[in-house]
Design a protein around this ligand. Structure first.
Ligand code: AMP
Ligand code: MG
Length: 332
């Protein structure tokens, strides 16, 4: 955790390293001692989640994945159960495009690693065999606290929305300290809490084509904004880039979208939807966004074209130093 920096506006900032990224915590309207205690609690909780929700390091999730591979059912903790229940709901809402049961395939592409898997050569026949086994959340049932699965090729990988779930839980913790205004920014995936107090939360949407910014947006109180991108986490085989987001229908990395940004009322929904829209692509994103119940979405395609709904367009200010090709959809 980095040093906190209280300033005149009673704002406190801390940095926590979690889920392979830097989480910047901004707390407003409280004293320094409360900020310090709340941040310490968050750090402790994130460590717990990081340990137990990781798809490739030993913890509760890898135990569950092993049980499924062995054909056993397993009782799990309330947090993991909540994650599985949400995963089932989002998979069904996204028509299967958001599919956290395809961890075996994500691993086979070499993405179960803290580093970018440069030089890793995936076994393509093994990947297509795995995809043909069609692991889905529909194969998973829950009874009480016990998780059972009828398809032993299911391997959970919650990387598509764990950050969102974690930031939603962090909000609950902050509320228990009496905190009403906070911004949790995990590398551009953001939960806002409250209206920001004296000044609203203003956010930049990154340009996946450069290190700059596409647009800025002022968040309404309690909004969450998440971006899924293929531009950061990928690997190259013989000069071809493979993204870490897979199309569950084929098991192959998506190639038609560079980034998808979603605003929603919960971090979990925003995160899951951003991943689902990355898979849905320019042709299907609108239908899936509507089905998942989000009101604002913006996608950047591989040519730099920006697809967005009119409600999103009305809220954002585009960066003035670039011309954008906008492809506006019907309202969501
Ligand atoms: P995100 O950056 O939120 O889009 O999450 C990407 C991560 O989600 C990947 O690194 C995988 O762990 C996982 N993932 C990949 N493809 C999918 C998918 N179709 N549905 C759900 N999770 C996925
Ligand atoms: Mg996501």
């Amino acid at each position: 955790m980095a040093a906190r920096k209280p300033d005149a506006a009673n704002e406190h900032q801390a940095t926590i390293f979690v889920f392979g990224t830097k989480l910047l915590v901004t707390l407003r309207g409280i004293d320094a001692a409360t900020a310090q205690a709340a941040t310490a609690k968050l750090e402790q909780q994130f460590q717990h989640m990081q340990r137990n929700w990781n798809a490739w390091k030993s913890g509760e999730l890898t135990d569950l994945n092993q049980a499924i591979a062995d054909g056993r059912s397993m009782a799990v903790s309330p947090h993991l159960l909540g994650l599985i229940e949400m995963a089932k709901r989002f998979e069904s809402l996204s028509d299967g495009l958001f599919n956290p049961a395809l961890g075996g395939i994500v691993g086979a592409w070499g993405f179960h690693s803290d580093e970018r898997p440069m030089g890793y050569r995936p076994d393509l026949p093994a990947i297509s065999t795995l995809a043909l086994r069609k692991p889905t959340m529909g194969d998973v049932s829950i009874e009480g606290t016990v998780v059972a699965c009828t398809n032993k090729w299911v391997q959970f990988d919650f990387g598509g929305f764990a950050k969102g779930v974690a930031l939603d839980l962090a909000e609950e913790t902050l509320k228990s300290f009496g905190i009403q205004n906070a911004l949790l920014n995990a590398g551009g995936d953001i939960n806002s809490m409250g209206n920001g107090g004296a000044c609203p939360w203003r956010i930049s949407i990154r340009d996946p084509k450069s290190s700059g910014v596409i647009a800025v947006i002022t968040l309404a109180p309690d909004e969450k904004i998440y971006t899924s991108g293929n531009y950061e986490r990928f690997h190259e085989i013989d000069g071809v880039r493979f993204a870490h987001t897979l199309d569950p229908r084929s098991g192959i990395p998506v190639d038609h979208i560079i980034s998808a940004t979603v605003i929603a009322d919960s971090g979990a929904l925003a995160d899951a939807t951003a991943t689902a829209l990355t898979v849905a692509g320019p042709r299907d994103w609108h239908r899936i966004a509507r089905k998942m119940g989000v009101k604002y979405a913006l996608l950047v395609d591989e040519r730099g074209g920006i697809h967005l709904n009119p409600e999103m367009r009305a809220r954002i200010s585009f960066s003035s130093d670039r011309a954008f090709t906008l492809i506006e959809s019907p309202p969501l």
